[in-house]
Design a protein around this ligand. Structure first.
Ligand code: SAH
Ligand code: SF4
Ligand code: F3S
Length: 475
């Protein structure tokens, strides 16, 4: 049977990409999809019927890495099953585990066709064509490993970013030079780099033309952004955001993840000056103890963070904060942990992520004196209880307010829409389908642990629908 062809006459093949880890992997997976489209690959929802499967992996904690190896075990059966049925399946491992453990992957899972790191996925079409040729000729050689940090930038070699959602990611910065004691990112993503302003503007305009209303600027240290502007000078993130806010049709701007050290005055002022910049900031602190922060090599202390929060709230009083915490970092005492709880009480977070310390190979903290597992579990539980209570209180406090919600998709129930408010919580409300893809004013009627419910004023439905549509067209 002849395989189906697409418009350009290329044979249509199916591609399944599974992303683990952070938002940058989600962005990268979307770009890989674009890079493979000219070869005839179209996305499919399951690995079952895919001609090619890519696992875009995360190395941040041990569990994340383990998941990859167990998934590879499952895919091995699928791959040999597909061979038996006379089909062929290419299997690839991408992302941060690929970067850190390329050789080990190939040793443990020799059936993987190729392994490539976060900086080489623009070479994916070449790798795929070669692997396809080898499969066709029956001369399948050894697995290919491409985990270089190449001189050329992948961004200069990727096709246009064509996302269909109304809210999309855009990588502006990648890599990290901070070397926190516990973290693999500087090793897996490499040294900090910033994309030029013009390239970012072009990508943003393309996304907006395709219907994007909200862009989240991504970077492992996004506020360390210092890309070259059209004037030949280095622009900081604040200036980049102000320029992006001038683009017609872009309703919302967010950025993540920030490091406290890189929150400069200009970026803080941008929160006051740019209405499109959402009043929500993910600002990881990791610990509330100065001693632990020092051991972590975080380059800031507790007072510095608190001052920053105060400054941000003074320019943008409705700003809500989110953070990351690690409990059980080597040498963390009960007193240190109590400092973390006290800091959380002092700041008050709308949301936060917290993790048990996981020793990562090659990082300094992996050699430190480890805290016992029971203590780590107990501390995580206490911290998560406190954070969950703050999150619920924050959500309940929004009841009665009217929030602009970006209606991203239809909900599970008939007549329901699902979107996100300024503070990122999912918001459910009933309304006509045509509101999908617009910003709608929603009166919040209930706050739950992880979401909000609301209503739109049905009093004069036409007027409401009209105003919502105008909003999306106007700005
Ligand atoms: N660039 C981001 C961090 C990305 S990793 C930043 O600087 O904040 C996301 C989070 O994972 C980190 O903030 C940290 O809380 C957590 N993390 C990183 N390494 C970890 C480790 N070894 N064990 C447990 N959690 C870790
Ligand atoms: Fe990792 Fe620290 Fe860099 Fe964040 S700032 S990516 S936690 S090394
Ligand atoms: Fe994971 Fe790499 Fe992101 S380690 S968190 S996928 S930068």
């Amino acid at each position: 049977m002849t395989p189906p062809s697409d418009r350009n006459g290329a044979t249509t093949k199916t591609l399944f990409i599974k992303s683990y880890g952070c938002q940058m992997n989600v962005y990268d997976s979307a770009r890989m999809t674009e890079a493979l489209a000219p070869l005839g690959y179209r996305v499919t929802g399951t690995a079952q019927d895919a001609d090619m499967v890519i696992l875009n992996t995360c190395h941040i904690r041990e569990k994340a890495t383990e998941k990859v190896f167990s998934e590879l075990g499952r895919l091995r059966r699928l791959k040999s099953g597909s061979n038996e049925r006379g089909r062929r399946m290419l299997l690839a491992v991408a992302g941060c585990v690929a970067q850190a453990e390329g050789e080990e992957i190939v040793a443990r899972a020799p059936y993987v066709d190729f392994v490539f790191g976060p900086q080489t996925y623009h070479r994916l079409p070449e790798m795929v064509l070669r692997a396809e040729r080898e499969l066709d000729s029956g001369s399948k050689g050894a697995s290919v490993i491409d985990t270089e940090f190449p001189v050329e930038s992948k961004f200069d070699h990727l096709p246009k970013n064509r996302q269909s959602a109304v809210s999309n990611f855009l990588t502006v910065q990648e890599g990290c030079n901070k070397f926190c004691s516990f973290c693999v990112v500087p090793y897996t993503r490499g040294a900090e780099m910033s994309r030029p302003v013009q390239a970012i503007l072009e990508e943003a305009i393309g996304l907006i033309d395709d219907g994007t209303l909200e862009i989240t600027l991504l970077g492992q240290n996004v506020n360390a952004y210092h890309g070259v502007g059209p004037d030949g000078r280095e622009w900081g993130l604040g200036r980049l955001i102000r320029r992006l806010s001038e683009l017609d049709g872009l309703e919302r701007i967010r950025y993540t993840t920030s490091h406290p050290r890189d929150m400069d005055d200009d970026l803080i002022a941008t929160h006051a000056e740019v209405p499109q910049l959402m009043p929500y900031l993910h600002l990881p602190i990791q610990s509330g103890s100065n001693r632990v922060l020092d051991t972590m090599n975080r380059k800031h202390d507790r007072a510095f963070y608190l001052r920053l929060v105060e400054q941000l709230r003074s320019v943008r009083p409705d700003l809500a904060l989110s953070s990351d915490f690690i409990v059980g970092h080597p040498s963390e005492t009960d007193t240190d942990f109590a400092d973390t709880l006290a800091l959380v009480r002092e700041v008050g977070f709308a949301q936060a992520y917290s993790f048990k310390f996981s020793p990562r190979p090659g990082t300094p903290a992996a050699n430190g004196k480890q805290i016992n597992a029971v203590t780590r579990t107990d501390r995580l539980q206490s911290l998560q209880q406190l954070l969950a209570a703050q999150q619920l209180a924050f959500n309940i406090a929004s009841v009665g307010s009217i929030q602009p919600v970006l209606a991203e998709r239809l909900g599970q129930h008939a007549g329901q829409l699902l979107g996100r408010g300024p503070y990122m919580q999912p918001v459910h409300f009933n309304g006509p389908k045509r509101l999908r893809g617009t910003v709608v004013d929603v009166r919040i009627t209930a706050g739950y642990a992880n979401s909000l419910a609301g209503t739109i004023d049905i009093g004069e439905p036409d007027e409401i629908i009209g105003s919502a549509n105008e909003r999306s067209l106007e700005s």
